[in-house]
Write a protein that binds this ligand. Structure first.
Ligand code: FES
Length: 182
């Protein structure tokens, strides 16, 4: 999502958001009702509910906060913290800060892309992982570092990064087997 043109048309023709529970957003909006300057807080809570900002949510927020949709969209796209595509079960944030960059973050990125068979910003076909980048994650002593579901891993080598991914996949597979009926 890089352009705000034809927002309404894109929302109306999109089926991506059809199955989401909008009551959860309604609860957030009721809490921020009549609170000027609450747009960013509402966007943050919306993302924490759905894992990203669905296009339809931007229209609902605009309507309820009485702000033009283009303004809501402009605010959402201004901040890098907001995502516009659904994320996988596990969100990988690969640090691109200075300490990580000089310690080989690019090699880690290459290893992760190869291991997951996706590009940065994408989600694996099975919906298990989303790979994204972030500015300094605040644990530079671990550089190069990645964070998965809030847990930091570092200092990484390409092999260590691959091993972390494999370990999570193994855990998921084991959990899937345990969940199968005997
Ligand atoms: S630069 Fe990567 S954690 Fe600070």
């Amino acid at each position: 999502m890089t352009c705000g043109c034809n927002l309404k048309e894109r929302w109306e023709t999109s089926r991506d958001d059809d199955n989401l529970d909008w009551n959860r957003l309604k609860t957030v909006l009721e809490r921020y009702h009549n609170q000027p300057g609450s747009l960013i807080a509402v966007l943050q809570e919306t993302q924490s509910i759905y894992g990203y900002l669905p296009l339809k949510a931007l229209f609902i927020i605009a309507r309820e906060l009485k702000i033009k949709p283009s303004k809501v969209y402009g605010a959402a796209t201004f901040y890098t913290q907001f995502r516009f595509k659904p994320v996988g079960k596990h969100l990988i944030l690969l640090c691109q800060g200075t300490a990580c960059h000089v310690n080989g973050a690019d090699r880690i990125a290459t290893a992760l892309c190869e291991e997951l068979k996706i590009e940065i910003g994408d989600t694996t076909a099975d919906g298990m992982f989303t790979l994204d980048t972030a500015a300094c994650l605040g644990c530079c002593s671990l550089a190069p570092v990645m964070m998965i579901d809030g847990q930091a891993y570092g200092p990484l080598t390409p092999d260590k990064a691959r091993a972390v991914i494999k370990a999570i996949y193994s855990t998921e597979l084991a959990a899937g087997r345990d969940g199968e009926p005997a």
